[in-house]
Design a protein around this ligand. Sequence first.
Ligand code: ACO
Length: 315
Amino acid sequence: MNSVLIGAGMALPRKCLKNDELPKELGTSDEWIVQRTGIKQRYIAEEETTSSLATIAARQAINHAGLSPNDIDLIVLATATGDYTFPATAVVVQKELGITNGAAFDVNAVCSGFIYALDIADSYIKLGKSKCALVIGAETFSRIVNWSDRSTCVLFGDGAGAVVLQARNNYGLGIQSCRIYSDGTYTDHLITTGGISTTQTVGYVTMQGREVFKFAVEKFVSAFEELLNYHKMSINDIDLVIPHQANVRIIKKFAEIAKIPEEKILINIDKYANTSAASIPLALNEVKNKFGSIGNTALLSMGSGFTWGYALIRL
Ligand code: ACO
């Protein structure tokens, strides 16, 4: 049994905040942000919530797949910024879609969340436990950044992306491999200042930027090497690389070390900033019109935890 990616969708909040529109008191500039990160703008949720964005993205993905919500028997939603402490945001989306069968739950692996969710859904399909799964990455990080800390607040944006995976027999396309990893030694390098069981608050994002930068490059490189070795492939066999969009300099450094030609790497951080778990499905949505003819697509992620992972999809 293979999990084939047959639909994609996305959603962004209405409000777009360009670098020039950031509060003057932050003491930042368009030039600094573009040069250090590649980010030109981000979308900021106002009336939108993680579930409302996720629901729009999910509907689009289901329509794109030519299915109806009742075909879905599993919803795995990756987020670190869910609507409520409970229930899971996936269940809120399930309700909005009018689905009452199957299971829906959230996964929190922060920026690696989408690959974690994909790995779970792929495993359920390969085990015969799901026939059609919705995998969503949705975040409203603007709600948990410290808007007076210029070293973090400029980096993040809100949004959602969703894909539909369908079980198909003897099919050439689909997920070829998926691997997830974590190393809790680094919990304090990228962490919120609080949480339900510690401060009874949500807290805001803090980050040791340079350490995160180094680790992200290292893990993108090692995960990509592992993917190539596992499949006995070289870079010539890979048609498209979609890395988590954290910083354009991280992506370019990784591409340089891994010798990946620029035209094979999808970069869209300029438009959306770092949308955490939503960044990879937002990128997949950008190429959805070419599904079926793209070829070997490598997805790579790294996030708080630290967590990281990869997937190879024949797309
Ligand atoms: N505007 C202007 N100046 C700034 C800004 C800003 N937005 N942010 C930081 N600075 C200043 C600092 O205050 C510091 O000033 P000082 O020298 O007077 O003290 C100076 O710039 C250098 O600060 P550094 O933190 O050393 O800057 P660095 O070159 O490392 O860039 C950055 C910071 C962009 C965060 C970088 O470390 C980075 O990209 N790290 C990766 C982290 C990342 O991408 N995280 C995203 C989440 S994690 C993930 O998704 C995997």
